[in-house]
Write a protein that binds this ligand. Sequence first.
Ligand SMILES: [Zn+2]
Length: 300
Amino acid sequence: MAEPDEGPSDATPHVLAVDLGVRHLVAGVVGPDGEVGVRDRVVPPTRQPWVALTRLVDRVLAATPEESRPTVCGVTGPGPVLADIGEFRSVTVTGWEGVPIRRLVAETTGLPTVISSTGHAHAIANAPDDGHLIGLYLGDQVDGGIVRDGQLLSGANGHLGAFGHLLVDPDGPVCACGATGCLDLYAGAVSLEAQFGREVSRVPDATVDRAGIMVARACASLAAMLDIHRIVLGGPVVTALGRRLTDAMSAELDQRSRLVHLEEIHIRAVRQHVLVGGAAVARHRVATGGIDPAPAVTAT
Ligand SMILES: [Zn+2]
C-alpha cells in the first residue's frame, strides 16, 4: 500500500494557538480556514503566570470537540524570542523570563509546539506565497516581520522585525529600551495606555493623528530601506484607532509622495484575531518540515 499522501494543510486541519500578552493570556483552536473555534482568556497573574497558562490550555482542549482536536500548537508573544531554547525575552511582558514556554506547552498539551513573536506571526499569516511583505503589528508593543520571496527573514539572532524601536521622533520621550522617540511610544498599546490612563480606544484624537504620522514615517523608512512596497498593518491598536489612524497615515505619506519608492506603496489594515497568527506559524513550520504534527485522535 502506498504511503499516505497528505499535504501539510490536510495534516494540520486544526491548530491550538496561544498568545501571551501583558494583560491577557488567550488560547483557542483555529480551523483550516482561519476561523477561531473554542477559545478562552484570562488576565495573567503577576506571580507564576505559567500555572494560569497551563490551566487555560487544559480548559480549551477539554472543551474542544473530538473532530476539532488540534495536532500542533503555535505560541506567540512580544519579541524578542529565544527560539533555540523556546523562551520569550521581552522588556514589556514580565514574569516569563527563564520560563521554557515551548517545553511547558508541549508537555501540557502533548502537541509539537513552536513559538514566535507576535510580529513574525502576523507577517506569516498575511504573506503571499512567493512575494514580499512588511508586517507591522500594533499590539501591547509594536512588533513586525519581513517576508521576502515567501520566506520570513529572521536576522542573525531571530530578532529581525522589532520595529517598535525604530526612531520616528528625534525629540521624543525616552523609551524603555533607553533610546528616545521610538515608534512603540506612539503606537504601542501599553505605552499609550500608560500615558493617558485609559483604554487605547479612548485616547484623544490628536494622539491618534500623531500615531498615524509616526506609523507612516516608519512605513516610509522601511519601504525605502527594503524596497518592499506591500505593508500589512494589524493588531488591536489598529482596530481601536480605526479609520482616523489610517487617514492620518495617508496624509503623512501624501506629503512624501515625490519619493519614487512611495509611488507604489500599498498599505492594508487587517482585522484578525491574534490567534490566527499563532496558527499560521505552526502551519508554516509543518509545511516547511520544521515539525511533524501529532497523529490525529480518532474517536473509538
Ligand atoms: Zn525603544
